[in-house]
Ligand binder design. Structure first.
Ligand code: IVH
Length: 705
């Protein structure tokens, strides 16, 4: 039997078959474009999509006379989904830290008790409630009327989806009751019930329409419809569980506030409960877990929150999550499949990560084709070999993992995996460093090629433009990889000179495969919009090893401007001991970070890359939100002696919230020393240096809290 044209190599196609194939490919590619850009729901992997486009091009090259008018190669880029207007959240929408075990929950509770240890006999009450697996939305009411609704977006800025949210019955158009504050922002989760999801799937199957993967993705797609009547037909639901800006607070506890949201007309989750001890928290967790299968909607854990809003305020935030709340995730879901290959990926810091390529398998409702194997010791420990049947597990957004191999009787016949000792991307030796602290070999093998290694360079660039770094819309991993390949973007500064170079280029982006004038201009505009990045994002974007978001924010807060940060790091890298001590003096910064920072700034190529970048951008100096009114904004404060009204960490958090830098030692740069009873050498030194000193009461008078 002859092969269908779709399966034939391009060289073997007859002219007639080529015509049929080009028609099929045009349809198929257009369908994937729609799924990707308009429905946010790719139907195939990027690699498979690229293969379709390549096949289309190859056939066209062989039969140019049959290039179709609607050919994918003729299109000026895929039509982007019509954008929604951006909405800046008055109060950022936060994410949550995770707990994966009972011990993690106990630790969270201990942290709370440690933080408030000065408050004698304080009973800390928590709330426990299901973590809904949907999408969060923020709903703004002015004078009781629903005026605007937005997605979470990056937490700072979301998309205006008011029209779509208005179609959801659970979202009141006006609030019920008296004494409603002028401004009320209600936050919660939009989701789809299992029943609705199954009904939609059945309808779609009957009409020969698309397949839907899971209720969460479907709810996401339904919310981002341009036509609100489509959203309306999906019968989405909404649970209210939090709030943003409020012109007045009607209650002073988490629980009380959520009940209030219920009184105003929102649907609130009936499984929310107040709990005090770890045992009670875990009991509620197990209760919710037991009910999980019959709830009729997806949940992926239990969220615990400190109940008192006063304590929430005092405990505060880290990076983009509150300290006073945590999500206790349900255990991972597992499945078995065949390990088809082990590939090595080179990360931005040169780490070689083994990736398992799997026979596709559905785990917890999602198709998994790749999973991480962590490092060579893990492969040895689990003794997984290509061809083995393995257990794969997936939990939430975490990368799927290989748990173990299953004995199928042939394991011993398969070859043991040998981890490469040279970098697959650049051929440089890949080594395991000796960790001085532990006296052991590092688990991770790293490529020593650094700047000559193309894989590291590409990964650095991907990190540079990524969401938590410079966040350049439309410049994702795929685009960076392509631009690196064709030489458009080789270093960070190239991102910002892209448009100018493109204007003079003989091969402008708009004429490249997959692009058009509209999409190219959109990208240039998105880049332009990031020419004044926030300082903490910029420092994080540099991709210095061990400098994550939190550390970057510490540097930003301490130095205020990029120039000051760079000067400190460069001076220290050149052997200036005082500069080095200054870095180590920052609370929360240790030796590991400083060593890595100095090695970064000791490298001339990094200095050059930064200087080229700085010629293109103008980072915003770091300003603390409440700095205007705060009497200690920008000051360096040291706390010493035993404090009685607050714990040391609370003092630090409070000072930082008010825009001060907290240091562990007194120097000429110290502006203020707060000394409790028993203060010794630091107080003496401060007096000698003429630094202003005060006791704890003086501090509270000064900051007025
Ligand atoms: S509270 C200030 N409560 O989980 C804390 N979040 O991982 C803000 N979520 O973006 C969130 N159920 O979309 C909270 N009962 C619940 C939740 C919940 C689901 C989602 C929410 C958030 C994400 C954080």
């Amino acid at each position: 039997m002859s092969k269908a044209p779709a399966d034939k190599p391009v060289d073997a196609l007859t002219e007639e078959e080529a015509v049929t194939e080009l028609e099929r490919l045009a349809d198929e590619i257009a369908r994937h474009d729609r799924a990707y850009h308009e429905q946010d729901k790719p139907l195939i992997s990027d690699a498979d999509y690229d293969a379709l486009r390549q096949r289309n091009e190859a056939i066209e090259a062989r039969f140019p006379q049959h290039v179709r008018e609607d050919s994918p190669t003729m299109k000026v880029g895929a039509a982007p989904a019509e954008g929604f207007a951006k909405v800046r959240h008055a109060v950022p929408m936060l994410s949550l830290g995770n707990a994966f075990s009972d011990e993690d929950v106990a630790e969270f509770v201990q942290r709370a008790h440690r933080y408030f240890e000065r408050d004698k006999d304080l009973e800390i009450v928590f709330t426990a409630e299901p973590k809904i697996d949907g999408l969060s939305a923020s709903l703004r009411y002015e004078k009781g009327k629903f005026v605007q609704g937005a997605t979470r977006g990056d937490g700072q800025e979301g998309e205006d989806i008011t029209a779509n949210l208005k179609t959801i019955d659970d979202i009141p158009k006006s609030l019920k009751g008296d004494n409603i504050p002028d401004v009320v922002e209600v936050r919660g989760e939009v989701f789809m019930t299992h029943e609705e999801f199954q009904a939609l799937k059945a309808r779609s199957a009957a009409e020969g329409g698309q397949d839907y993967v899971n209720p969460r993705n479907t709810a996401a797609g339904s919310l981002r419809q341009k036509d609100a009547s489509v959203t309306a037909s999906r019968n989405l639901k909404f649970f209210a569980y939090a709030w943003g800006e409020m012109s007045a607070m009607p209650e002073d506890t988490q629980y009380g506030m959520v009940q209030k949201l219920g009184e105003w007309g929102f649907v609130i989750n009936p499984l929310m409960k107040r709990v005090i001890t770890v045992e009670e928290m875990l009991e509620q967790y197990r209760e919710i877990e037991t009910q999980r299968a019959t709830l009729g909607y997806d949940i992926d854990g239990v969220v615990y929150k400190v109940d008192s809003l006063e304590l929430q305020r005092r405990w505060g935030f880290v990076a983009r999550a509150p300290r006073w709340a945590i999500a206790h995730k349900f255990p991972a879901e597992q499945a078995t499949t065949v390990l088809e290959a082990i590939d090595i990926q080179v990360g931005r810091t040169g780490a070689l990560t083994p990736v398992a390529r799997l026979k596709p398998v559905t785990v917890g409702g999602v198709v998994v084709e790749n999973a991480t194997l962590h490092n060579e010791d893990e492969i040895r420990r689990k003794d997984v070999r290509v061809g083995d049947t393995v257990t794969v597990q997936r939990a939430g957004d975490v990368i799927p993992q290989i748990v173990n191999h299953i004995d199928d009787g042939h394991h011993a016949e398969r070859e043991e995996y040998v981890f490469p000792e040279v970098c697959p991307a650049c051929g440089s030796p890949a080594v395991r460093e000796h960790n001085e602290k532990t006296g052991k070999l590092d688990a991770v093998r790293r490529c020593t090629g650094e700047l000559v290694c193309p894989a590291q360079a590409v990964e650095q660039l991907k990190h540079f433009v990524s969401r938590d770094a410079l966040d350049i819309e439309g410049l994702g991993n795929k685009q960076i990889a392509a631009f690196f390949e064709d030489g458009r973007i080789m270093r960070p500064a190239d991102v910002f000179t892209l448009a100018a170079r493109d204007a003079r280029s003989e091969k402008p982006l708009a004429e490249q495969e997959g692009w058009g004038p509209v999409s190219a201009q959109k990208l240039f505009d998105a880049i332009e919009a990031r020419r004044k990045p926030e300082l903490d994002r910029l420092i994080f974007a540099l991709g210095i090893r061990h400098v994550g978001e939190t550390t970057a924010a510490l540097f930003a807060r301490t130095y205020g401007t990029f120039e000051a940060f760079e000067a400190a790091a460069r001076n220290a890298a050149q052997g200036d001991d005082e500069a080095r001590a200054g870095l180590l003096d920052i609370d929360g910064i240790g030796e590991t970070v400083v060593e890595s920072l100095l090695s970064f700034f000791a490298n001339d190529r990094n200095i050059q890359a930064i200087s080229d970048l700085m010629a293109e951008i103008e980072p915003e100096p770091y300003v603390v939100a409440s700095a205007d009114e705060s009497p200690v904004a920008g000051k360096t404060v040291v706390f010493t002696g035993s404090l009685e009204r607050m714990s040391r960490s609370e003092a630090k958090a409070m000072a930082e919230r008010l825009g001060a830098k907290v240091s562990g030692s007194v120097s000429a740069k110290t502006d203020l020393l707060v000394a409790g009873p028993g203060a010794g050498s630091k107080l003496k030194k401060a007096r000698e240096l003429g630094v202003e000193t005060m006791d704890e009461d003086g501090w509270f008078d000064l900051v007025g809290e």
